[in-house]
Design a protein around this ligand. Structure first.
Ligand code: BGC
Length: 367
């Protein structure tokens, strides 16, 4: 499939069908909903594209574009969609702050802007936000690590990694993780081995954004496998044998978890490691089956897609979309619809991801 995927909103078929039958010749349906996703280079967003396709079979009044990790390209994509007359923009920003300009351009044309998965920050030009509970993602990752601690453990080696500082979610994940880990760092159960900034703040449970930014600046993977791999390798080179042994690793998502896990697996001073993830990417599901990644946080993209499509459909029908709360984006409280997440580890991988019909068993070996 090309870069531009023509998709369809089944729920909009009435509008389209009505206009198509007003003339003799069938009219080319207008693009009403534009979708912009960050990059095709990460399985997470390809997953979202596929789920949008599934949800929107059959028509051509929706167009989906990828920004390939570039805010400039993202802005161009939005402008292209605006020239096609979209009424609703569903956008997952590459960079939450930089995307404010694209959102503002859409708003100027009277388009309703729905931030998808990642929040667009520092602008009033965002109308709605559909998201998973990202703080709960971080809590689930950290709680998994805590659950692996043998009773009475002291000084367990803790390695912290985070997402890209340009992504508001990276802060939410880290916030959730820190909330759970910090009391056990403060009482000496865990010892942070790879971040002086985190060590400096280890007495404080509720961090300010600027404090988190300092830590994330040091432990960021930038959501990039190569950066994650290099950071893990550098951390392991800098650490002494006694800083290794059984390692507890807070990794922010599946792609970075696999990169980091591969480095820890290679180190002869690491006797065992536990590593978190998120997204239930197929490669990580296989890693979990094989015992190479410990857990993932399953975010059912079908639900997020359905929520976004329902919201867009409501907006087009002149109805107010259902929201369940709000998120502060620095300039406004953005009305949000939030979805829960599920911890998946070896013992429930089959029931959560295969038996539930999310993935076919044939995609994996050794189940
Ligand atoms: C998403 C994650 C994803 C990460 C990297 C985050 O904003 O919520 O699911 O793994 O970006 O793309």
């Amino acid at each position: 499939m090309g870069k531009i995927a023509k998709l369809a909103v089944a729920a909009l078929s009435l509008t389209i069908a009505a206009s198509a039958f007003t003339g003799c010749a069938p009219q080319k349906p207008k693009v009403q909903v534009g979708i912009v996703l960050p990059t095709k280079d990460e399985p997470r967003w390809v997953q979202d594209e596929a789920r949008f396709m599934d949800a929107l079979k059959g028509q051509a009044n929706v167009e989906l574009l990828f920004s390939q990790g570039d805010s400039g390209k993202e802005k161009q994509n939005v402008e292209t969609l605006l020239t096609k007359g979209i009424k609703v923009l569903i956008i997952c920003p590459q960079d939450g702050t930089a995307a404010a300009a694209a959102a503002e351009a859409a708003k100027k044309e009277g388009v309703t802007v729905i931030s998808y998965d990642r929040l667009i920050t520092n602008t009033t030009a965002v109308d709605y936000y559909v998201t998973f509970d990202s703080v709960a993602v971080g809590r689930a990752q950290a709680q998994y690590l805590v659950n692996q601690l043998p009773a009475g453990t002291k000084g367990a080696s803790l390695y912290l990694y985070a997402g890209a500082a340009s992504d508001n979610n990276a802060f939410l994940f880290f916030q959730g993780g820190w909330e759970v880990l910090q009391p056990l760092i403060a009482d000496g159960t865990f010892m942070i081995k790879n971040s002086a900034e985190a060590v400096a703040l280890q007495g404080k449970k509720n961090l300010e954004r600027a404090e988190m930014a300092k830590i994330i600046g040091q432990i960021s993977t930038e959501w990039n496998f190569d950066v994650a791999k290099k950071k893990a390798a550098d951390n392991l080179t800098a650490a002494s044998a006694k800083d290794k042994g059984v390692c507890y690793i807070l990794a922010p998502n599946d792609g970075t978890a696999r990169a980091i896990a591969d480095e820890f697996a290679k180190d002869k001073d690491v006797s065992k490691y536990y590593v978190s993830g998120q997204d239930a990417e197929k490669a990580s599901v296989q890693y979990i089956i094989d015992g190479k990644q410990s857990m993932t946080v399953f975010k059912d993209v079908r639900t997020l897609v359905r929520d976004a499509v329902t919201m867009a459909t409501d907006v087009l029908a002149g109805k107010t979309p259902v929201t369940t709360g709000s998120y502060d984006n620095g300039k406004k409280q953005v009305a949000a619809k939030q979805t829960e997440v599920i911890t998946v580890e070896q013992k429930n991988v089959k029931s959560a991801l295969i038996d539930s019909g999310y993935y076919p068993a044939s995609d994996f070996t050794g189940l």
